[in-house]
Write a protein of this length. Sequence first.
Length: 106
Amino acid sequence: IGQCVVVSNGSVLAVEAIDGTDSTIRRGGQLGRGKAVVVKVCKPTQDFRFDVPAVGTQTIRTMHESGAGVLAVEAGRSLVFQPSEMTALADELGIAIAALADAGEN
């Protein structure tokens, strides 16, 4: 399964498939009706030489268009493109960003 899921009120609304993160956000955002959370994490056996989980300004734009209000990424294991621009855009659009540590690391 892909690196992105969209959830709302304890239910999984969309799971990333071959269509990619933006399509997953669009599908889940429509179903979440303004209450969707986008979660982007590594797969359990992620090979960091290929396909690292990544987010950036495009992720935030897609979330805004789809009505998703929160982005959760895995701290220390996600690639953030243009972090200053991404967070500024998220602030402007009212989207919260959380970087969460793997629960197994605590």
